[in-house]
Design a protein around this ligand. Structure first.
Ligand code: 13P
Length: 251
């Protein structure tokens, strides 16, 4: 059985105080850790505070990005070594906003996945198609290509432990979530791609999230689907009560 994973992605939101207040409000109210992994993806600036506050609780912490080099002259970047040293457990990579606004390529993202795994953290590898690709009926091919490039050179064991998030770009922050059947179908494409690249065993282990306008009111529809193991949530993860409601909807 794959353990559900609900991850908030705060994107470029909150001040340090707001981040601390959120963590204090949720850390002792996470439903049983046996049932779900609860993760918050915070701007790098607040990760240290979040690690301190969440220590000993069931709240896990993700970075929203990192660089693939270990150290050096890369002004403004954050190394996987530094994140691992803080105790950060997950790193989101390949989000469509990073691909679009910061020109990240599949090759960069693949290097990041390897660097994150090297430091014993778990990548949350994002994939997703534009509205144009979706309307042209080319989603499956697009997703297969992103996943194949993102996983290049990783071992079966490494992929088994990873999280992959399917986020159709047209559903992000638009309030226009993908129908749960579409989410299931495309998460199934991700799983089949992993099966083709590795094996059915690896495909049955990898956790696959849906993301795009997920809210407490609709999360249960997605989680009921065979191929959806969790959600990557933007807007509805920003308030403590809403984040907790997402987790409680799984109980
Ligand atoms: P929303 O939940 O705000 O649509 O954002 C989804 C997302 O991009 C999470 O990474």
């Amino acid at each position: 059985m794959r353990k559900p994973i609900i991850a908030g992605n705060w994107k470029m939101n909150k001040t340090a105080k707001e981040a601390r207040d959120f963590a204090e409000a949720v850390k002792n109210n996470i439903p049983s850790n046996d049932k779900v992994d609860a993760v918050i993806g915070s701007p790098a600036l607040f990760l240290s505070d979040l690690m301190t506050i969440s220590e000993g609780s069931d709240l896990k912490v993700a970075a929203q990005n990192c660089y693939f080099e270990e150290s050096g002259a890369f002004t403004g970047e954050i190394s996987p070594a530094a994140l691992a040293d803080l105790g950060v457990q997950y790193v989101i990579i390949g989000h469509s906003e990073r691909r679009e606004y910061f020109h990240e390529t599949d090759e960069d993202i693949n290097k990041k996945a390897k660097a994150i795994i090297k430091y014993d953290m778990t990548p949350i590898l994002c994939c997703g198609e534009s509205l144009e690709t979706y309307e042209a009926g080319e989603t499956a091919e697009w997703i297969k290509a992103q996943i194949t490039a993102g996983l290049a050179g990783l071992t079966p064991e490494q992929v088994s432990e990873m999280v992959i998030a399917y986020e159709p770009i047209w559903a992000i922050g638009t309030g226009k979530s993908a129908d749960a059947n579409i989410a299931d179908e495309i998460c199934g494409v991700v799983r089949q791609t992993v099966a083709d690249l590795y094996s059915d065993e690896v495909a049955q282990k990898v956790r696959i999230q849906y993301g795009g306008s997920v809210k407490p009111e609709n999360i249960a529809e997605y989680m009921a689907k065979e191929n959806v193991d969790g959600a990557l949530v933007g807007g509805a993860s920003l308030q403590a009560d809403s984040f907790l409601a997402l987790l409680e909807a799984l109980n």
